[in-house]
Design a protein around this ligand. Structure first.
Ligand SMILES: Cc1cc2nc3c(=O)[nH]c(=O)nc-3n(C[C@H](O)[C@H](O)[C@H](O)COP(=O)(O)O)c2cc1C
Length: 386
């Protein structure tokens, strides 16, 4: 029986999640679009980056403390928004938000979450970030923004890279749905996940909590799935940010920027931050890895806007690589989901501890004591993505 103290890296959580989470939801997390080339390169490109090890530097007193959009954080990491997180583990978004709050980093709730905005607000005491998908039904989007505001969310993360949907083969083959359809194959698979089933039976939260009861024309689950697929708005453009900004009135983070020219548009739009992200390799297969896009974008915008990055972060060493190449902070998607699916809230907390420890020790090996002092000079080939 695996215990928390025996979990020593993100990969341990991934392997345990694979055993504990029903296949269709594990596959939903652990997959990318089409050939999964971009999904894989997010991780492999990070691995290629080598550090300059330094010795005999006084590294006794160290700190990872930083800020993200002006908020104090224990390390420069936030939890990325992920849809259907409440299917990796019952009440998954609540558990993730609680672990993030205890650890001292921001949690981002997805539009496509199982637990609702109000659920998260009721179970936490610090503000969280809310991620917005811009859908065709602008009344609904306006109301979502108002709900995030009423819940005290401290930033709105507007995702720009889901106007159309990349295809993940496994989701189609598995017939991904929430809750899972009672097909014979699903029932056989569920029978091997008693812990997941028991937890799921105890919670009422089993569908898209932000949408059901709030969007017009969504009655049953079949209308819900067709509604969401039809709702992502291919007409979304930079002008839409005007009314979103106005309605929200708070800090805005633009997510899904992979191009220096788009990054300059993001600055012009008045956003407070952008996230260099290819959606974890789930959208444009053939796009570059996030880490290889990061230095160009960081150079293009300088310090006019906070540059964050996600995609492939599986360790503290990866966080250090991203910070060295110009990220003010990083977000973790799958590392969080694996820990949650494997061991719930305590798994997420432990995973964050592991990442922080890896980051701290690796930073020390590079001869730095403060995360703010990390820059390209800690890398052996800082220009490898030029
Ligand atoms: C299962 C899953 C669901 C996701 N759902 C969303 C979402 O609802 N909204 C969003 O902006 N990004 C979503 N993403 C993308 C993540 O926010 C993030 O960009 C990505 O996971 C980062 O890569 P990583 O998983 O390698 O850390 C999702 C990613 C995964 C793996």
């Amino acid at each position: 029986m695996p215990t928390l103290s025996k979990m020593t890296c993100v990969e341990d959580f991934r392997m345990l999640a694979q055993r504990r989470v029903p296949r269709m939801f594990y596959d939903y997390a652990d997959s990318g679009s089409w050939t999964e080339g971009t999904y894989r390169s997010n991780e492999t490109d990070l691995q290629k980056i080598k550090f300059r090890q330094r010795v005999a530097v006084n590294i006794e007193h160290r700190s990872l403390r930083s800020t993200l959009l002006g908020e104090d954080v224990a390390m420069p990491v936030a939890i990325a928004p992920t849809g259907l997180t409440g299917m990796q583990h019952a009440d998954g978004e609540i558990l993730g938000a609680k672990a993030a709050e205890r650890f001292g980093i921001p949690f981002t709730l997805s539009t496509m979450s199982v637990c609702s905005i109000e659920d998260i607000a009721a179970h936490t005491s610090k503000p969280f970030w809310f991620q917005l998908y811009v859908m065709r039904d602008r009344d609904f989007i306006g109301r979502l923004i108002d709900r995030a505001k009423a819940a005290g969310c401290s930033a709105l993360v507007v995702t720009l890279d889901l106007q159309v949907l990349g295809q993940r083969h496994k989701d189609i083959k598995n017939g991904l749905s929430t809750p899972p359809k009672p097909t014979l194959l699903n029932l056989i698979n569920l029978a091997t996940k008693p812990r997941w089933c028991m937890n799921m039976l105890r919670t009422p939260r089993r569908t898209f909590g932000n949408i059901v009861g709030h969007a017009k024309g969504v009655g049953d689950l079949s209308s819900l799935s067709s509604w969401t697929a039809e709702q992502f708005d291919p007409a979304l453009n930079w002008n839409d940010l005007e009314w979103i900004k106005k309605r929200w009135g708070g800090k805005i983070i633009l997510k899904g920027v992979m191009d220096a020219q788009d990054a300059r548009h993001a600055v012009d739009s008045g956003a407070d931050a952008l996230i260099v992200s290819n959606h974890g390799g789930r959208q444009l297969d053939g796009a570059p890895s996030s880490i290889s896009a990061l230095p160009h974008i960081a150079d293009a915008v300088g310090d006019q806007i906070e540059v964050l990055m996600d995609g492939g972060i599986r360790s503290g060493q990866d966080v250090l690589r991203a910070v060295a190449l110009g990220a003010h902070g990083t977000l973790v998607g799958r590392a969080f989901l694996y820990a949650l699916g494997a061991m719930g809230e305590e798994g997420v907390y432990r995973c964050l501890q592991l990442i922080a420890n890896e980051l701290d020790i690796s930073m020390a090996f590079c001869g730095r004591t403060r995360i703010q002092d990390v820059d390209r000079s800690i890398l052996l080939h800082p220009d490898q993505f030029d």
